[in-house]
Write a new protein. Structure first.
Length: 425
């Protein structure tokens, strides 16, 4: 089966081109393609064609929390947002910390997923800071790397052993960095706004101090250490210094930490509760600068859906988490590219080439002769983010109601359409 996508633009090119795809493989980019009788033709309407986005950090909630999200709905939400490859976290019930549980989850990812899904395994048994998981068995079962996302590994000795084994297996260790002894029951950033709202704060050093600990452990073990969802200027600083020292560290930042800070929190509502929390203005600026100068390697959504009732309450009772798969590109393009903070090329690289390179994934680029993962982006069409349009089961985001540009209109995984939006002519 052949597919011809007509009238699309490549980055930094003004002349429209066509894309020819056959049996899922990109066969050519140009103008002189002859339409054959068995060719499916897709009109691109002048959209920008980008490699499919790669998200290193999503929560699919299955098994154990299917009232929040499922593998099917979470992967469809990713497709709607232009993501063709996603990496799923293991904070599930049961935690996939045995070969049998992990293989069962991998099989379900393959059968239920609308996009390509890689799966992380836990660093420790049941995500507790005591005993490392059977990492060799989990690697053999297909684990991309090891993470306890959702909780920090509290014991330095356990983290050291986990890093040592991950390094031996030549797999990355992906860290949610949070020292529980420094949380003091906080639900939002310890700064200006928590005092106005009379809510307990989370110290920035709860994150950065554990990163500093882990960086020295990573240096001692030689592991590839990847830090999830950076949120503070101190975290950016210590990672910048570690990279200069030659430590093998990479890191990600979320759209919500790039686009909001504590002063954007309007009231005590669960939609503003995320972990790590929205920080101060100086932290937000440091994250943007860190992305620009390469200290921060890529953008990842940390898509974390929850049930409506559990988020529609005070931050004191609501769980941490914000959705992001469907809105990431349009929000970032509108707020950072159109306002001159990032170039379009920088943003696309942070969502495609860079995350794929971090874990040596063969995606994030459009290559002739390779499986065709792409998304078409309508850069000049303004839309409003509306709750009724979400594909995810989770609607827990304060970005609903924003006016944005750059929504995906079509997403393909290996030449197969996984999302298509009706475009008015």
């Amino acid at each position: 089966m052949k597919t011809l996508i007509k009238n699309v633009h490549l980055l930094n090119e003004t002349v429209s081109v066509h894309l020819l795809i056959e049996d899922g493989i990109l066969q050519g980019i140009g103008k002189d393609f002859v339409k054959e009788t068995d060719t499916q033709v897709i009109e691109g309407h002048g959209a920008l064609v980008s490699p499919g986005f790669v998200d290193l950090h999503v929560h699919l909630r299955e098994p154990g929390f299917t009232y929040k999200e499922t593998i099917k709905t979470g992967s469809l939400a990713a497709a709607k947002g232009g993501f063709t490859t996603i990496c799923a976290m293991p904070n599930l019930n049961p935690v996939p910390d045995t070969k049998e549980l992990f293989q069962e989850l991998m099989k379900k990812n393959q059968t239920e997923g609308a996009v390509r899904i890689f799966q992380y395994a836990p660093i420790t048994e049941n995500l507790r800071s005591e005993t490392i998981s059977p990492m060799k068995e989990l690697k053999d079962a297909g684990a991309l790397g090891f993470t306890n996302d959702g909780v920090g590994v509290q014991t330095a000795g356990t983290m050291y052993l986990g890093m040592k084994e991950a390094a031996r297996l030549n797999l990355p260790l992906i860290a949610h960095t949070e020292d529980d002894s420094l949380l003091f029951g906080g639900v939002m950033h310890e700064g200006i706004k928590n005092k106005e709202l009379n809510l307990p704060g989370i110290l920035g050093v709860a994150e950065s101090s554990q990163i500093a600990r882990d960086l020295l452990l990573a240096e001692a073990t030689g592991v590839h250490y990847h830090v999830c969802h950076l949120s503070t200027r101190e975290s950016v600083r210590v990672i910048r210094d570690a990279k200069k020292a030659g430590i093998h560290v990479t890191c990600e930042v979320t759209p919500h930490h790039l686009l909001m800070n504590e002063e954007d929190i309007l009231n005590d509502h669960g939609y503003f509760k995320m972990n790590p929390p929205l920080r101060g203005k100086e932290d937000q600026e440091a994250l943007i600068e860190g992305l620009i100068d390469g200290t921060i390697d890529c953008i990842a959504t940390d898509h974390a859906p929850h049930g409506y009732e559990e988020k529609n309450q005070s931050m004191l009772k609501a769980p941490f988490g914000i959705t992001g798969s469907e809105t990431a590109f349009s929000l970032l393009y509108t707020e950072l590219v159109k306002k001159g903070r990032l170039s379009l090329e920088q943003l696309l690289n942070a969502l495609t080439v860079k995350p794929a390179e971090i874990f040596n994934l063969p995606y994030g680029k459009l290559r002739i002769g390779q499986p065709c993962d792409l998304t078409l982006l309508q850069l000049e069409q303004e839309e409003i983010i509306e709750e009724k349009d979400y594909v995810s089961m989770g609607v827990n985001t304060p970005f609903t109601g924003r006016k944005v540009f750059g929504n995906p209109i079509l997403t393909m995984v290996a030449g197969k359409i996984v999302y298509e939006k009706k475009v008015e002519k």
